[in-house]
Write a protein that binds this ligand. Structure first.
Ligand SMILES: Nc1ncnc2c1ncn2[C@@H]1O[C@H](COP(=O)(O)OP(=O)(O)OP(=O)(O)O)[C@@H](O)[C@H]1O
Ligand SMILES: [Mg+2]
Length: 314
């Protein structure tokens, strides 16, 4: 299968007195594949995508898009890419159709091909009905969808989506995830960044997990969860007295990792059935109050905890 993106030891150090934002990252994306970069704030996801899009200059390594080197052949490389910026760049007093026509003209389209392409994109983003309403009457999620539409006008082979569902309502989030899958079903490759493991799990054929500028794991969901081995994830919600609990629980036999994120403690344990009684006794002995307990099969959260000792979720 042909490769649409080939990244080799890519690095970015913004300033000499700070550690690299991206540090020797290598991966490839197959034509027609959804590939997710999953990682917490500051992991280096946006920097990676920005380098691939030609917006940030790498300080090391190489990247090819559709076989074209981003450093030596940037124009050819960029032709294959549709990029969805995080910031909305639309004219509020114009309609979605007018905004898309504007972007289409920027890509050199005109006349009937432009009209047809705009109609087609409006259909894809599910906004045909609202196409002639002004952008200022749209919800945040609808604006995000128009933004995605603008990135589709020149029929790119790969779409770069940088945390496209952050800060929007659940309905628009659903629409964006479904749209991403529909575009992929038509053969478009997608590079998708997120810090929501559910999105990476639902969408991607393969996932790269980033932390601290490094790609710390890469594979299918199955391959990644196998890294954790036989284990359960236990999620405790603590009402009062959470201070120090994670450290205490980490010392219990059968508890491999314990990480706190606000009122939540995520544990990776050998066998939840065996270890739950000890965990509950240990928490309540400190005077803390448990609000809820949930046991899950290992997922990407567990993989991240296993590899870093930290919680991924926010
Ligand atoms: N223009 C810049 N100049 C200097 N440092 C930067 C710049 N952009 C990002 N950084 C730093 O690089 C690191 C990686 O940031 P980046 O935005 O790539 O992470 P991210 O994974 O996209 O995070 P988030 O989930 O918060 O969007 C961070 O430590 C950040 O502070
Ligand atoms: Mg980012």
């Amino acid at each position: 299968m042909s490769l649409i993106v080939e990244v080799n030891e890519l690095s970015k150090q913004y300033t000499p007195d700070h550690p690299p934002a991206v540090n020797g990252v290598s991966f490839h994306i197959r034509a027609g594949e959804i590939f997710s970069l999953l990682g917490p704030n500051g992991a280096g996801k946006t920097t990676t995508i920005s380098m691939l899009a030609g917006l940030v200059k790498p300080t090391g390594g190489t990247a090819l898009i559709g076989g074209h080197n981003i450093a030596t052949d940037p124009l050819a490389a960029k032709q294959s890419i549709g990029i969805i910026p995080q910031e909305i760049a639309l004219y509020p007093t114009l309609s979605a159709r007018q905004n898309l026509r504007f972007w289409g003209e920027m890509y050199g389209l005109s006349g009937k091909p432009l009209n047809d392409r705009v109609d087609d994109v409006l259909e894809k983003i599910g906004l045909t009905d609202r196409a002639d309403d002004k952008i200022q009457t749209y919800s945040g999620g609808m604006k995000r969808r128009v933004n995605i539409g603008a990135g589709l006008l020149h029929k790119p082979r790969i779409l770069f989506m940088d945390e496209p569902t952050v800060g929007i309502d659940p309905q628009s989030r659903r629409a964006i995830l479904d749209m991403t899958k529909a575009l992929n079903a038509e053969g478009m490759a997608v590079l998708y960044t997120t810090h929501y493991m559910e999105e990476a799990q639902e969408l991607s054929q393969r996932i790269g997990i980033m932390d601290g500028g490094k790609l710390i794991a890469l594979g299918t969901l199955d391959e990644l969860t196998k890294m954790v081995g036989q284990a359960d994830t236990v999620i405790l919600e603590i009402n009062e007295g959470i201070e120090g609990i994670a450290q205490t629980l980490a010392t219990l036999p059968g508890v491999r990792q314990a990480a706190r994120q606000e009122a939540q403690i995520t544990l990776l344990v050998d066998d939840a059935n065996k270890q739950l009684p000890d965990i509950i006794i240990s928490v309540t002995a400190t005077g803390a109050r448990i609000a809820s307990i949930e046991v899950q099969e290992p997922n990407l959260e567990a993989v991240f905890l296993h590899l870093t000792g930290k919680a991924l979720r926010d």
